[in-house]
Design a protein around this ligand. Sequence first.
Ligand SMILES: [Zn+2]
Length: 1003
Amino acid sequence: MQLTSGPPTPAGLGYAPPHSSQPPISTSYQSAPQPSFTQAPPPASSAPTQPPPPNAPAASQQYYRGPPPPPQPPFNSALPPTSQQQFLSSAPPPPSQQTFPPSFSSSIPPPSCAPAPPVSQSQQPFSTPQPHFSSAPPPVSQPGFPSGPPPPAQGSFPPQPTPSSSQPGSVPPPGPPPTSVTSGQYPTPIQHQQQPPDSQPSPYHSGPPPPRFQMPPTVNHLPPGPQSPPGPQGPLQQPPSPQTGYPPQQNGAFGQTRSPQAGYPGPYPVQPNYGAPAPAPAPAAPAQKRLDPDAIPSPIQVIEDDKAKTNEPFVTGVRGQAPPLVTTSFHVRDQGNASPRFVRCTAYNMPCTADMAKQSQVPLAAVIKPLATLPPDENPPYMVDHGEGGPIRCNRCKAYMCPYMQFIEGGRRFQCSFCNCVTDVPPHYFQHLDHTGKRVDCYDRPELSLGSYEFLATVDYCKNNKLPQPPAFIFLIDVSYNAVKSGMVSIVCHELKSLLDHLPRENPEVDSVVRVGFVTYNKVLHFYNVKASLAQPQMLVVSDVSDMFVPLLDGFLVNVNESRQVIESLLDQIPEMFADTRETETVFGPVIQAGLEALKAADCAGKLFVFHTSLPIAEAPGKLKNREDKKLIGTDKEKSLFQPQVGFYNNLAKECVAQGCCVDLFLFPNQYVDVATLGVVPVSTGGSVYKYTYFQAQTDQERFLNDLRRDLQKHVGFDAVMRVRTSTGIRATDFFGSFYMSNTTDVELAGLDCDKAITVEFKHDDKLSEETGALMQCAVLYTSCSGQRRLRIHNMAVNCCSQLADLYRNCETDTIINYFSKYAFRGVLSNPTKAVRDTLVNQCAQILACYRKNCASPSSAGQLILPECMKLLPVYLNCVLKSDVLLPGADVSLDDRAYLKQLISCMDVADTHVFFYPRLLPVMKLESGSLPVAVRNSEERLSKGGVYLMETGLHLFLWVGASVQQELLLNLFGTPSFSQIDSSMVRGDASLCSCVGSVVVNT
Ligand SMILES: [Zn+2]
């Protein structure tokens, strides 16, 4: 840093004349930024919203909707035989599992899958007792835990071999071979071999909403296509049957139209087949009858059943008990294990040995959301202060005091349940034991009786042994031509004036201590001095972006209340100042560098809010070129498109993490911006990426502002480090989410907000014991928004089993899907997408085949047997397979895919559930006080006379049938006429519509 104090000198420092000592902003603004604009040619008058970037390569004008991807081969390699057999037999269901009626008969009895057969335990060795942890701490019997941190985790992807595209289905089945195969009836889906229409925008676009077609076209009318290769085949080599576990894949999880079948008349035409089996448009082999979709397990039924049976609070004290589904509303009582709102596991009964785990192929993982928001009727984690010595910990493995620690020798020492080491109890923490060996103050201390709590950290837990400064928020606003013309700049500036009153704070009565700073930029950066003593803000321009520095220290980061007038003046003036800009080029790397340097200079952690529009092609560090190449999609080189274009941002991310500088990126692109590269810093720093393609103030403002308000106000911690400790026998080996890791155990998060989840995978490194179960403790050290250093602790104990049946009885499919999606989406960085899909399908097949072989009652070969807990696994996994990341529709841009990939990486289980299996609500059945039961995600379930709201967690879509009653239309849209519905309206007369992002009209 050349400048450490005072205003910079004009000469020789590479920035335009600073004005810190000059008259008020009204004059300095006129002189300062303008010169830098003079070289930019005027925008084309005929294209006011999109001037041709004068220096942009032609390719940068390429739009998202390029040529469609090459035809994707059908899933022809890896469908598990088991799933192909499911509907072929009518053998009676064995206990604790579900079977399905013959699929290819048209006389299918009523939904056999509806209420699941109750689990009968009489014939199964399900007898693991479930000790109550709090009354009987697990006896400690394992040998010593190796001291120090767990051994290095394995590499990232893939922990298991991923078949290359040329070796479909080559994952060696570690489990039992699938039993038998029926054949000859499995049509090859025809959907990926036709060119999709190119007129459909991605649902991720927020831009000018032409009619959108997000609802799935009819998908179930799939007779065998002419290309179906029937014939006997071996396990794992049959073409998949879209009619069994894997329904046809015409649509993504979002349902955007993929490749309509020949003759498909277009989006939501008034089809003759609503509510009835669709006629087959393509020539079909007559032999096969259409599958009754009701024979497939219904997610809605499973969700409703779980709601119905959950009428008591979920108490966490029972080890190995799976919580209610994420779709069920329930109250949690913390009795010693973390609430499922903080931690959800794929399996609550882990196999004792690595062999069992390998045989079953059930992933062992936990999805941890350390700062999750709790409902108002549940207590946030209590704060525990152990005094100057800091939190009491095990001497060896450093696990924090928790309900699993066993006090011995009259309470003078405690034995660690993670590593068995015995540690002295400090005198100030001593307490007598009762006759059961428990401390008499057990229930007075959160750390001895609860699953989740916080410790006040001491200075030993702080960087440089110094208590942290309060964090700062820096707003960096792109003021290039597109940013101004789209309305983004004025919307942001206007909103910030009121939003700054809602900066995060822990006590609503007290002002936030978060300081703020402002930067605008295009090819150069403009810093603003908003010191309270100034009459007007002052601008300092840095035009040499090759070695970014902050030209002022005093007056850049300020307290909002003290500098309110100057800040408001600045926010009023920014849109005016740049209203006539002709600069179309932007930089990006230097923008983040500027924010980072400002936080470094202030010696604090914080968050950057970057509002950015375009591919940064201006000459500067981190400059990018347009590399979007649709021809690579589906090839072995496709993975390169997900990798960052330059290494610059990885290095920058590392620096940001070291400073506790979290970056939230709001993108407003009109063309390719390379989200895969621009997202590197946000993803590595625990930040978020938001994307508003073709942003238009009128239609997208509300969505953007809601995102911004929530993002700015939400509970967030800074400069965080997460560590997961486990009991002997398992260890955390892999992590998925938005963070940075410089070693194999510490998950570093420059920022960690209440919405971010981290998925942690566990592997065996020894045998587990049924008696003691398996323990994990997640500790997150972070700085609160008030500047307090804290440790948040989440403990979780699960059972261990020596019978595979117990594993299958205590799984959670929603969490397994969360793991699978993150695993797969990371896999596209280093593998062809087809190989990733094949891996998923194979693993699913292994899971079910292992169940069939080891747990199910004998049944005919043609029957798929699904464990009760996993009966939706094939359906949900299919949704992952069809997602835009793994199987993009032609209208889905590379940026959309990169965006989704990073978005899913930090989702919790509830998020991934609704994302992959959206909620479809029949609005016409809405009654006051309660939501109607959702409809299964199939176009066939939509009635022409209905209106449906589809929620994905990311978007809301309203689907309006062509025969809707006039009264309903009038209520919703203010018009009685179907043809007069304004599909661009984002706010209707009915309150339900107020948040609908787009209206899909079935014309
Ligand atoms: Zn220990």
